[in-house]
Design a protein around this ligand. Structure first.
Ligand SMILES: [Mg+2]
Length: 255
């Protein structure tokens, strides 16, 4: 029996960048009674609150103690303190300013050279490149672009693969991963989901065999692939409907 259910977020629990649907919220709340629940994604902490925690309206503080937020690919870890009724940061491994600058320049140069720098399509006040402290994230159309436009931008990942290839020449000391629908996450080597999952193993005092991981980008080059490579049992989903289907099955086995 698994002890931990770990989840990629965008496209696994939700439609990218949007709150998880009610059905997923309900299933996750039920799962909190039986498993440690660990979302791990490149998103920032406030997005974890907006997309996941705020939707778990029926979860009791005692249940939330079994929810573990592995923010920015697990380079930051938050857990719930039921007494204080608040989230506490357990650890944080940020990039240096110099690293952020180097990555930002490489991505901008690569995207501009390839003709994929879509400044005119980005809403005012929004940004294409975002410093998420432990990683730098490129979102081709900005953070706030509509879902449809995002899906249409690079459905076969070819644009992002080209940007990644060029970035690897410009700033080879960093790792670049394709995630979400328009994004690339840049991190220092090892600061990918392996880092997060390795810390998860330590923090929760569990072994790889105790974990079942759900992700939509489990193919080589995808941001869930490092988890596969670690030898953690993985379920590849196309969307949150697949995830809901699997969770219903798992809960059905318990009851
Ligand atoms: Mg995903």
């Amino acid at each position: 029996m698994k002890k931990v259910l770990a989840f990629d977020v965008d496209q696994t629990l939700n439609i990218a960048k949007t709150p998880i649907p009610d059905e997923i919220a309900d299933l996750l709340t039920q799962c909190l009674d039986h498993f440690e629940i660990c979302p791990i994604s490149g998103q920032k902490f406030d997005q974890f609150l907006f997309q996941i925690v705020d939707q778990l309206k029926d979860a009791k503080p005692k249940q939330l103690e079994h929810l573990h937020l592995f923010v920015a690919q697990g380079t930051q870890y938050y857990r719930y303190d039921a007494k204080k009724k608040d989230w506490q940061q357990v650890y944080n491994y940020p990039l240096t300013d110099a690293q952020v600058k180097k990555i930002t320049e490489a991505i901008e140069t690569a995207a501009k050279e390839l003709g994929y720098w879509e400044q005119d399509k980005v809403a005012e006040g929004d940004e294409i490149i975002e410093n998420r402290l432990s990683q730098v994230t490129f979102s081709a159309l900005g953070q706030k672009a509509g879902t449809e436009a995002k899906y249409a931008w690079d459905p076969d990942c070819k644009k992002r693969e080209a940007i990644v290839k060029r970035c690897k020449e410009l700033a080879p000391e960093f790792d670049y991963e394709i995630g979400g629908t328009t994004s690339i996450n840049a991190v220092t080597p090892g600061m990918n989901k392996v880092f997060g999952m390795t810390h998860l193993l330590e923090e929760l005092k569990v072994s790889k065999e105790d974990i079942l991981y759900f992700g939509d980008m489990t193919q080589p080059g995808g941001n869930d692939y490092p988890v596969v490579q670690m030898g953690i049992e993985t379920i590849t989903v196309r969307n949150h409907e697949d995830t809901a289907y699997a969770l219903r099955g798992i809960l059905g086995l318990i009851k």
